[in-house]
Design a protein around this ligand. Structure first.
Ligand code: UD1
Length: 362
């Protein structure tokens, strides 16, 4: 069975890594790794391949940066050529980035089968480009591999036939468990002269938080308040760095005594910092899950989450930016919820995904 595992942007790589490793174990699977090149920097792309011990992609479409349409259309045109030449039995897409939708659309127009891993998540906020990608991908993919019961329910409400839905669990946790032996000994906080549990970690990159001067100014001001309470490490996404500079906010923020801005970090180094942190401040999707699993408080700077299970069963709270310093004080005082039972966050999602792909074809 010829399988294309497709990935494009940073949050995709930790989802394909455990699945690649799993599929490689099975003689029935012939896997090809397709990188769309949506992310292309050492820090945003290659570092992850190195951390996961993944070989270089079999094919790199090298679409690079661009507007929403340019990026999506670039993948569509480039991937169609590959599909016509190779005609895989399955195209596997993961997550919700522009590459996810573009690979799905290219494959379905050629009547090829698509499996979407991490299907069914909905923020119900159509201003997020990712929500559009999720809705359209799930509308046309053949096999919808979901992480949680809420995802199944969302799909059923959208009229998806139950036979297309298979709940496989949370693939991010497979990656975390797979990499824990390498993460644990690193203790990356020592590189910053910090103590385990003695610092916070922040990440920020959503267009709604960083693309507008007022929003980014408010975010920078709150990070400045937080670093007065607890030392703060801030790995800066390229988009965020560009905007902080453009809006004249970079120098003041980077000059705060207790705030350490860094380049975007690789998976092992970043997760090591997560393991040692007291709390996270983020607008990422995946970090809401990783912190929930690790039972570390997470303050999410968004109005909605497509991962509601992290707020109902995890350690995540959607937090207005201006209320963050107060929430940090509550966490330091020990007043924060503990995680509950997170079903199918067990490191077996890649195995269930492989079984689902296998079962659907023979
Ligand atoms: C994309 C995904 C988002 C994901 C995020 C993680 C979409 C719609 N968005 O957003 O869901 O959470 O990745 O990072 O697919 N850049 C570099 N080097 C790179 C890649 C990008 O410098 O390797 C710069 C580009 O110049 C660009 C900016 O970062 O201006 C944003 O990149 P882009 O791919 O447009 O979207 P992200 O914000 O990264």
């Amino acid at each position: 069975m010829k399988i294309h595992l497709t990935a494009g942007a940073r949050p995709n790589f930790m989802k394909i890594a455990p699945l690649y490793r799993e599929l490689k174990k099975h003689s029935w699977a012939e896997v090809r790794l397709i990188h769309t090149g949506q992310h292309y920097d050492q820090a945003m792309s290659q570092a992850f391949f190195q951390d996961f011990g993944l070989s270089a992609p079999d094919i790199n479409l090298a679409v690079g940066s661009g507007s929403q349409a340019e990026q999506t259309a670039g993948v569509l045109v480039a991937y169609e050529k590959i599909l016509l030449a190779d005609r895989p039995d399955w195209v596997v897409v993961v997550g919700d980035v522009n590459s996810t939708l573009a690979c799905t659309l290219a494959a379905k127009k050629l009547n090829l089968r698509v499996a979407h891993l991490e299907a069914g998540l909905r923020s119900f906020d159509r201003e997020m480009p990712e929500e559009i990608n999720r809705l359209l991908t799930d509308a046309i993919a053949d096999l919808l591999l979901t992480p949680s019961p809420d995802a199944d329910l969302n799909l059923q409400r959208e009229g998806v036939a139950p036979a297309r839905i298979v709940r496989v669990g949370n693939i991010m946790i497979d990656c975390l468990l797979m990499m824990t032996p390498q993460i644990e000994p690193l203790r990356a906080w020592r590189d910053f002269n910090l103590e385990k549990g003695g610092y916070a970690l922040a990440t920020l990159h959503r267009p709604s938080n960083v693309d507008f001067p007022d929003a980014l100014r408010a975010a920078a001001a709150e990070l400045a308040r937080v670093q007065e309470i607890i030392p703060l490490i801030f790995p800066v996404h390229p988009r965020t760095r560009k905007k902080l500079m453009e809006f004249g906010l970079w120098d003041a923020l980077a000059g705060r005594p207790n705030l350490v801005p860094t380049e975007p970090l690789g998976y092992i180094q970043f997760m090591s910092l997560v393991f040692g942190s007291k709390l996270l401040i983020t607008d990422s999707g995946g970090i809401q899950e990783e912190t929930s699993w690790l039972d570390i408080p997470c303050l999410t700077w968004r109005n909605s989450t497509e991962r509601p299970i992290t707020t109902t069963h995890g350690t995540n709270e959607l937090t207005p930016i201006g209320e963050t310093a107060a929430a940090v004080r509550r966490i330091l005082a020990g007043a924060w919820k503990k995680r509950g039972v997170l079903e199918l966050w067990d490191g077996q999602t890649a195995a269930r995904t492989a079984a689902a792909l296998h079962d659907q074809i023979f």
